[in-house]
Design a protein. Structure first.
Length: 327
């Protein structure tokens, strides 16, 4: 009897506990059919830092190739020689008139080609030449030119120097310098700084087709003669001198061309050695006068439109000799 009472008490307590548990489970929100919904807390995730896009290296454009246009040699056309009065003209007036004439050559009366004033001190005439040139200086005032390249300067006290070639004769009066060169049987006379009627050309052949046998050559222009029709290649030589405006004259065995005196002073071996090997005051004055004339021609005639051919590799070194030295 005592044993049964002992077991009844724990069983009674257990039943009460189970009954309470069932009541708690049947409370709203804890059974399956309950309308209570559990809402979990909403947690906002931390904001992530913005990562910038990878840097793209800037594109480097390809270098632009600059092409310097070279004016091609013009198609030659026959040009008449127009008379222009240039008596006692100063360098700027002469350059303006020569440029207006279009070819740098003017017809003059034959009486201006003076061959009877060969007087004065011959030391005023300076001749320099390229090695291998063929010429004869018959007197201090007269020269027979055959081939090669020579520079002739005529200064006071000399009055005039006369030069004969196989195509034309030349009268170089005081205060003038010329370059005379032969290439492929074509002779080029380049007036460096003789103004007015200082540089005259006489063509003895009356069948030349020229409307005047005696012509004055303007500074910065060259007169060209040949025994055959002159071609474009005869006007633009491989000497480093820039040229433009070549024109045929007469029977097309003569022509005229404008050259850049500035390029002649820079690329002519004759002129370069003249300054390097001769420190005489007269030589310095010659170079200074040619430099001034180059500036005048650039100012008056402009510097565009020239065609320049590089110096030939066969060019010979100039001689340092001179036929007549200053006293």
């Amino acid at each position: 009897m005592l044993k049964s009472k002992t077991l009844f008490k724990p069983l009674f307590l257990l039943s009460i506990y189970l009954w309470l548990a069932m009541l708690w489970l049947n409370m709203p929100g804890h059974c399956q059919g309950s309308s209570f919904t559990y809402t979990p807390p909403i947690t906002t995730p931390p904001s992530m830092p913005t990562i910038p896009p990878p840097m793209t290296p800037p594109s480097i454009p390809a270098p632009i190739k600059v092409f310097v246009p070279i004016t091609p040699p013009p198609t030659l056309g026959n040009t008449p020689i127009n008379p222009i009065d240039l008596t006692n003209a100063n360098p700027i007036d002469f350059a303006i008139n020569a440029h207006a004439s279009g070819n740098g050559i003017s017809a003059v009366n034959e009486k201006h080609f003076k061959e009877d004033i060969l007087k004065g001190d011959g030391s005023g005439i300076l001749v320099k030449w390229i090695a291998g040139s063929k010429f004869q200086q018959l007197t201090p005032y007269s020269i027979n030119f055959e081939s090669g390249s020579i520079l002739v300067s005529t200064r006071r006290p000399a009055h005039v120097a006369l030069i004969k070639t196989k195509y034309f004769d030349i009268s170089c009066q005081a205060n003038s310098e010329i370059i005379l060169k032969e290439e492929n049987d074509v002779i080029h006379l380049m007036n460096l700084n003789g103004t007015g009627k200082a540089i005259l050309v006489k063509v003895p052949d009356k069948s030349s087709g020229l409307n005047s046998q005696v012509m004055s050559i303007a500074p910065g222009f060259e007169f060209i003669g040949s025994n055959t029709k002159i071609a474009t290649k005869d006007l633009y030589l491989h000497d480093g001198f820039a040229r433009r405006g070549g024109k045929l004259l007469g029977n097309e065995q003569f022509a005229t061309n404008e050259f850049s005196l500035e390029t002649v002073l820079a690329n002519s071996g004759l002129i370069v050695t003249l300054g390097q090997n001769d420190s005489h005051s007269k030589t310095k004055r010659i170079l200074a006068d040619m430099s001034k004339m180059a500036a005048v021609l650039n100012y008056v005639n402009g510097t565009t439109g020239f065609y320049q051919v590089s110096v030939s590799k066969q060019a010979k070194a100039p001689s340092t000799n001179q036929s007549i030295s200053y006293q």
